[in-house]
Design a protein around this ligand. Structure first.
Ligand code: ATP
Length: 394
């Protein structure tokens, strides 16, 4: 007799607080943004839903088994009428224009789910399954070599994206996915043993379709492989495209020129990459504000890196007002004592040579003037970057 199918466990309301922190808001199902799903459901007569991988502003992402090709996949179900819908066209652009997509998360297939009563469709992109994002793990718990390997692989992917003429425009700790050991050959129950069983609650019964509110899985660190992938192209553009919205969230990843009326570019991606590199190296972002918020902490940036270029004065636009004291430099590479001190405090166990290499990398990535900032191709060839990778045997 075939074993009973395993669809995870319903949990009681006391465990619900764990969902509140990690799962999507249930209102998204009420207003039609999210498509209700049940574990065990078969989509497009082919993909059997096995677990929840995560969610974003415009999507829920599920782990499913492709019963035709017999492999695990990630299904990103995109909310109708959102910028997420644009992602497919940008993905097609990437597949055509980018020379090497081996560390870029591109789709395998796509299909539509129809909601008849509202005449609405949800686009579903099918991806290979990757691991958690940098933003969802405690990165300091990973070995230094894994972190530096991720820094290098992500930079390689970014260099490839740029060489295809595409600006990512939204690099943050959610755009780096780690690699994970494959489980395609395992049964559903064996997968649950490795990844944890789905914990779920029924969605409200008055929705147009039955569904479950599922806590996203947490991949154990011992399943993470030393690989990193660049993902999430919902805001990407062809280089040179004029955009109205110049700034990027969260603000601690946004290049400062974007707050001064200069549009996103390869260089602004490199600023965001340097923030991501710092997050991998330190375990935290040097410009994140303790209190969160949506405005950049420019005074803190000026304290760490010195004054902003003088020719930016008068162009600041965002919440709050600019201050004359923020400006006054020519905007070249930044070798400040504060940045040096920050590296020392964050990684006191490292040697002076290693710290000087890190200072050299950050000073070129955090160079204020975008036209003088190091490019992805230059950083891959940079002597300090290569020496740092060698220290970690990457
Ligand atoms: N291929 C994948 N493999 C494993 N997990 C994935 C995959 N793609 C996405 N995820 C998970 O789903 C989450 C949401 O995905 P993604 O960031 O692409 O959604 P989004 O709606 O575009 O989000 P946002 O625009 O808010 O960043 C990710 O943070 C990640 O945890």
């Amino acid at each position: 007799m075939a074993p009973e199918p395993d669809y995870g466990d319903f949990v009681d309301s006391e465990e619900e607080f764990e969902f509140d922190e990690t799962a999507e808001v249930v209102d998204g199902y009420r207003d039609g943004s999210y498509y209700p799903i049940c574990i065990g459901e078969l989509l497009n007569q082919r993909y059997r839903i096995e677990h929840k991988l995560g969610h974003g502003s415009y999507s829920t992402v599920w782990m499913a088994y492709d019963t035709q090709i017999k492999r695990d996949v990630a299904l990103k179900i995109i909310s109708p009428g959102t910028p997420g819908d644009y992602e497919l066209s940008m993905q097609n652009e990437i597949i055509q224009a980018v020379p090497d997509i081996s560390n870029i998360v591109t789709y395998l297939e796509h299909f539509l789910l129809v909601r008849d009563d509202l005449n609405t469709v949800y686009r579903v992109l099918v991806f290979p399954v990757r691991g958690p994002s940098l933003g969802s793990i405690h990165v300091r718990e990973l070995p230094g070599a894994t972190r530096m390997c991720a820094a290098k692989q992500f930079l390689t992917a970014l260099q490839s994206l740029h060489s295809g003429g595409i600006v990512h425009r939204d690099i943050n700790s959610g755009s780096l996915l780690f690699g994970v050991a494959p489980l395609d050959k395992s049964s559903t129950s064996a997968k649950y043993q490795c990844l944890g069983r789905p914990m779920k609650r029924p969605l409200p019964t008055n929705l147009w379709k039955s569904g479950e509110w599922v806590k996203p899985l947490e991949v154990p660190h011992n399943m993470l492989k030393g690989q990193a992938y660049l993902c999430d192209f919902g805001l990407s553009i062809k280089a040179g495209t004029e955009v109205e919205d110049k700034i990027q969230g969260p603000p601690w990843f946004c290049a400062p020129e974007r707050y001064h009326n200069i549009g996103p570019s390869f260089a602004s991606d490199m600023w965001s990459y340097t923030c991501l590199f710092a997050e991998l190296y330190f375990g935290w972002n040097p410009f994140s504000s303790f209190f969160g918020g949506t405005a950049p902490d420019i005074p803190h940036m000026v304290y760490v890196l010195g004054p902003l270029p003088e020719n930016w004065e008068g162009y600041y636009y965002d919440i709050g007002r600019s201050d004359k004291s923020w400006y006054g430099s020519k905007g070249g590479p930044v070798f400040t004592e504060e940045l040096q001190g920050m590296i020392e405090r964050a990684r006191p166990e490292t040697g002076i040579t290693e710290r000087m290499h890190v200072l050299s990398i950050m000073s070129k990535g955090f160079c204020y003037q975008p036209e003088h900032r190091i490019t992805a191709a230059q950083l891959l060839e940079d002597a300090s970057f290569q020496a740092l990778m060698q220290i970690y045997q990457v």
